[in-house]
Design a protein around this ligand. Structure first.
Ligand SMILES: [Zn+2]
Length: 236
């Protein structure tokens, strides 16, 4: 009897395994093909954005569906550890309104997708709710950089080396105000509340969202990236 139960459980495990093996590629395809960045953020949105890694066609199709104006960048190769083959940058017009400064940062397509959704679903609603205005600009310290983490001589390469990361320094508001991570993060006013809200909302979209709460290296910016690390997300 025990042996029969053992056989039955083995058969059940095999059936579940076969189902998973059959369903996973379908699930993955569905996740990347059907993402519309114009839709609301759901529990699987972050996973679906990450599924766009390595699938330039599906990723640019998602940007097209959402009306994002972008320019595709030529492939860049810089040794084994740096460069990108799915780079885009913002173009004028389209469904996004925040102007990045410096303009036209190179962005791996999944990062661009996440940034567009962050602007629509996190940054602008937080500005309306907490500051009574809209965000007209995003100031940043750069996206693509062929360097290791923290610029060290050895160790892991940064997501910046693949244009999968950007360091956001602050925001320009439509009413003329400026908010910076360096000055406003630790306050107890609306500007600080706004910065914490856009960090918290970023955690639902980016694989990595790091703020001054993480360490001193991030005292003046939010590091946002689309690192592939098997579904684990870093949010601090
Ligand atoms: Zn960074």
């Amino acid at each position: 009897m025990a042996f029969l139960r053992f056989l039955a459980s083995i058969a059940l495990l095999a059936a579940v395994g076969m189902l998973a093996i059959t369903a996973l590629p379908l699930l993955r395809t569905g996740m990347s093909d059907r993402l519309d960045p114009g839709e609301a953020i759901g529990p699987l949105t972050g996973t679906r954005i990450l599924a766009l890694r390595g699938d330039r066609a599906a990723c640019t199709a998602a940007l097209n569906r959402a009306g994002v104006a972008y320019r595709a960048l030529a492939e860049r190769v810089a040794g084994d550890s740096c460069g990108f083959d799915d780079g885009v940058t913002w173009a004028a017009g389209g469904a996004r309104t925040a102007r990045y400064a410096p303009a036209a940062p190179p962005l791996a397509c999944p990062l661009a997708t996440a940034l567009a959704m962050w602007e629509w679903d996190v940054v602008q609603p937080a500005a309306a709710r907490l500051l009574g205005t809209t965000v007209s600009g995003v100031d940043h310290y750069g996206s693509y950089a062929c360097r290791r983490i923290y610029g060290r001589a050895a160790g892991s390469w940064s997501e910046h080396a693949r244009a999968e990361a950007i360091d956001v320094a602050g925001f320009r508001l439509a009413d003329g105000r400026r908010i910076t991570v360096a000055r406003d993060w630790r306050g107890d006013d609306a500007a600080a509340a706004f910065l914490h809200a856009v960090r918290d909302g970023g955690c639902r979209l980016f694989a990595t969202t790091l703020s001054p709460d993480y360490n001193a290296a991030h005292r003046n910016h939010l590091h946002l990236d689309e690192a592939a690390r098997g579904g684990w997300r870093a949010c601090r």
